[in-house]
Design a protein around this ligand. Sequence first.
Ligand SMILES: CC(=O)N[C@H]1[C@@H](OP(=O)(O)O)O[C@H](CO)[C@@H](O)[C@@H]1O
Length: 554
Amino acid sequence: MCVCIRVHVCVYVNRPEMCFRRNVIFIMHYILFWMLCLQEDNGVKLMEGLGDMLSVSWEKHATSLASAQLGELRTQLSALLRDCPGSESSSPVQKYHVLIGQDTRASSKVLAQAVSDGVTDLGGTFKDFGLVTTPQLHYLVASHNSDGLMGEPSLDGYYRKLSEAYKALMAQDIKAKHEFLPCLAQHVCVQQCACSGDPRMKILQAKPQPKIEGSYPLTMDGANGVGAPKMVELLSYLKSSLAVKIINNGESGKLNHECGADYVKIGRRAPKGLQMLEGRIYCSLDGDADRLLYYFVDKSGTFHLVDGDKISTLMAIFIQHLLKEAQLPFQVSVLQTAYANGSSTRYLKDTLQLQVYCLPTGVKYLHTKAKECDIGVYFEANGHGTVLFGKRVLDKVAEVMQDSSKPETQRAAATQLYHTSQLINQAVGDALSDLLAVEAMLSLLDLSLPQLYALYTDIPSRLLKVKVIDRQQITTTDAERSVTHPEGLQAAIEERVHHHLQARAFVRPSGTEDMVRVYAESKTQESADCLAHEVALLVHRLAGGVGEEPRATT
Ligand SMILES: CC(=O)N[C@H]1[C@@H](OP(=O)(O)O)O[C@H](CO)[C@@H](O)[C@@H]1O
């Protein structure tokens, strides 16, 4: 058995020999994701994953480490830092400056101590920020590296930046509300759905509950992780401009246990113990607060999930509208992975006429591509994502904001774009920042969560896992949508897909689990389930499946 311990450490390394303009030290930063794998033989292996936040189910982790293992961690860290580019520098100044953040698990303290000892041994310096979310740590690194341009490199700076941007964004109204997009106008939507007997009808007719004094329109499930206390801190900066009720705040429950974004997404159900009411809206973070999902129930009590695809649709709509109002000819691109629901891709391309790209799984690919775009909106279906604004766009936005010869509406839209760019974490997908952005965008567009949900209907899908002898034997192309090895597997998948209506299916080796993932979409849930099972069988037979053949899901 392999037990993984996630150490929430972010390391960046100064390279004093590479001085930049204004004597700014070029800081090469390494976002290190450490996994300490206690193998069967109790050997210790330290792995690093640059930039990518791997998701490991936290409750399975051990919470304490033997001192021998801590010593090993320290040695490994020292070796890693020694091998870093630039470490050959003999500069007496700062060789390394390391930022450390901790998660809520008891093991964090000793692990942080081991890291700081390792850094000190090497003559480096460190700053331990204690309890922070993963995106907060990214913000701290990015703001430090940008020499304050991105915001103050402190938690106070983070909260001030987000809360000020939120308040400023909310202070201005969007004139046209959601009528600028005919498909969003409630009456059109309701009429269309009613005529076609569309099941979205009952969702759209649901009336939001009137606000009751002392109640909260939004309930946030903190997954018993770091997001809950950090949201409390953020709310104290927002004062009365946003009210959120927080559940699963870690005071009694276990991290991600029967709660959190993954639990909600996989099971399409509320976190344990939450009684959902029609007219209320709910959201869940994951344990380190980089994922965000929304949900609600309709009249009949049916659960509806607003996933990362729908959140990115909202953000793309909002920004596209502001660009038009500000008369700025920039392109909004939406970056997805193969797991994005086919309906969302069609809606973004055909209805909104946006540029959509499909990238391999993992936010590092999405983030890299987003940096090349004017405005890159990226979200994984699991709710991890953000929006990046290119420098060219921000320069032009600033120009229009300050140009008094431009009409007021144009300048106001440019100002809204500016505040949006300040509100959304530019370093990485951030559940707290995304939550504020979703709240502001829904409110400014005068759009309810059910309306957002009803913009398009997800194609039924199924995700399965298959264990094989060596998952690396499976290679893929076309953003992981087509298998290149083993031979014959892709043709066999395609042959199966043809037996289903409006179907697609793909398989890829997981980057975080020793599994091959199988994904299928089809016209009905039964057909998606059946196709996923057929493809899982093909993987098992043609790619060295381990154990019994996968059974059909019911
Ligand atoms: C289907 C799926 O959800 N895949 C997840 C999962 O990657 P895999 O490579 O599929 O194990 O973990 C990644 C890291 O958290 C996340 O980015 C990705 O979305």
